[in-house]
Design a protein around this ligand. Structure first.
Ligand code: NAD
Length: 429
């Protein structure tokens, strides 16, 4: 099939590369000329495991191309995906200006029946607005259907997730459109759920909000466990093995971050307010998440007391392992608090340092965890990269000025750390 993907970010590029690998002819469009120039030179502007190789193979085979022209993409495709950013506005609602701009340009370039698929995460009723926009700006009689096909990939394992989705949700107004998408996704062998557009849009916000709720629940448990002298890992394991609950996303730590959970929860709260429902449960989820940063920062302060002029080594900047994505990473808030109290920060992350420099220009970036630790008063873990789990802790202890580890991701065993002679502090244990 001929497919156009508008937006070459984490979602658009991975979707494009996967569909090309499955044998489709894919045109990827972005209004960021620099990104398109990079892609046309064979470079990939984001880090996602396996993505470089996947794009290189399809590029060589001529199955994937890159352009800044929506007209070119739309005119030569039967299915047009919208995968542009939908960032949060200051009031928490989703900024849909990119979706609106793209819908208008798609409308102006319709040349025969198209399925216009919204893959960006959007509030319920956006599909109706996109349909109205295309009707308004297209030539009379243009044939199209607007479909909601939310994306559930996780950064860091996005390629695997796209080839092996738990489910494919297609919110669709017509059989004609759903048949085309079912055909497109046929090689993936995943359960397909066909719904109306509004339900599909709500599925995405509800899924992310539920996962964020699990994380905040685990963080609330961590607070109780610390106060009671219990161990949150044992508690969440005991709870999570009940298959009605499930163990995933039940980890205490520094709270959720990233480009999706914070913005999707606040957008869901906002659209619920607009629809006349006060989603207090989710407001509390957000409050617990914000408090978790302060709670963790207090641990650093309680351990080091006066932070002025003290050097703190930070391991992990990305909001999760296996990505370079720094959007709403908890590390940014924690490091800014450290800097505000006069601490010096030396940081290391395997992939996110280049992007981190944009948000955190005033810290020292190091070539590896050991260089970051040299002479520091404490080591603070903020992202659970495997590299940190496998570190030589004996060497680390010798390099640190004080053998203090404050672990926001609970990656080490407290007993082992005590036996190695560290002052070790984690979350809820
Ligand atoms: N990143 C994830 O893990 C993830 C997972 C599921 C869903 N989503 C959703 O998918 C959407 C895209 O997310 P992302 O992480 O890929 O974002 P991103 O910021 O990485 O990529 C978006 C791309 O869209 C381009 N763009 C913006 N406006 C444009 C326009 N008018 N015309 C052409 N291109 C334009 C940007 O230049 C950028 O390259 C968002 O709605 C997000 O919530 C993201």
């Amino acid at each position: 099939m001929n497919v156009c993907i508008i937006g070459t970010g984490y979602v658009g590029l991975v979707t494009g590369a996967t569909l090309a690998e499955l044998g489709n002819r894919v045109i990827c469009v972005d209004n960021n000329q620099e990104k398109i120039a990079l892609l046309n030179r064979g470079e990939v502007p984001i880090y996602e495991p396996g993505l470089n190789e996947l794009i290189a193979t399809s590029r060589q085979a001529g199955r994937i191309t890159f352009t800044t022209s929506i007209a070119e993409g739309v005119k030569s495709s039967e299915v047009v995906f919208i995968a542009v950013s939908t960032p949060p506005k200051p009031d928490g609602s989703a900024d849909l200006s990119a979706v609106a701009a793209v819908a208008r340009e798609v409308a102006e370039n319709l040349n025969g029946y198209k399925v216009v698929v919204d893959k960006s995460t959007v509030p319920v009723k956006t599909g109706e607005k996109v349909t109205e926009t295309i009707e308004r700006y297209s030539r009379e009689g243009s044939e199209f259907d607007v479909v909601s096909n939310p994306e559930f990939l996780r950064e860091g394992s996005a390629i695997y997730d796209t080839f092996h989705p738990d489910r494919i949700v297609i919110g669709c107004p017509s059989r004609r459109a759903s048949d085309i998408l079912v055909e497109l996704y046929k090689p993936l062998d995943a359960p397909v759920i066909i719904t109306d557009i509004n339900s599909a849009e709500i599925i995405k916000h509800a899924a992310n909000s539920f996962l964020a709720t699990k994380i905040s629940f685990a963080n609330a448990l961590a607070r109780i466990c610390e106060a009671a002298g219990a161990n949150v890992e044992e508690v969440t394991r005991g709870v999570g093995l009940d298959n009605r609950v499930g163990a995933k996303f039940l980890n205490a730590g520094v709270g959720y971050g990233g480009s999706c959970f914070p913005k999707d929860v606040s957008a869901f709260v906002s659209i619920s307010d607009e629809l006349g429902y006060d989603f207090r449960l989710l407001k509390e989820v957000e409050r617990i998440n914000e408090e978790q940063i302060d709670f963790f920062f207090r641990k650093i302060k309680d351990t080091l007391w006066i932070l002025e002029e003290k050097t703190v080594a930070i391991l992990g900047l990305a909001f999760k392992p296996n990505t370079d994505d720094m959007r709403s990473a908890p590390s940014v808030k924690i490091i800014r608090k450290l800097l505000a109290e006069g601490a010096k920060v030396r940081a290391y992350d395997p992939k996110a340092m280049e992007k981190a420099r944009e948000e955190l220009p005033d810290i020292e970036y190091c070539r590896d965890p050991y260089q970051a630790a040299e002479g520091a008063e404490a080591l603070v873990i903020l992202t659970e990269w495997n590299e940190f789990k496998e570190m030589d802790l004996g060497r680390m202890k010798k390099l640190l000025h004080q053998p203090i580890v404050i672990d926001g991701r609970n990656i080490y065993d407290p007993e082992r750390m005590a036996a190695l002679g560290f002052t070790y502090c984690s979350v809820g244990r």
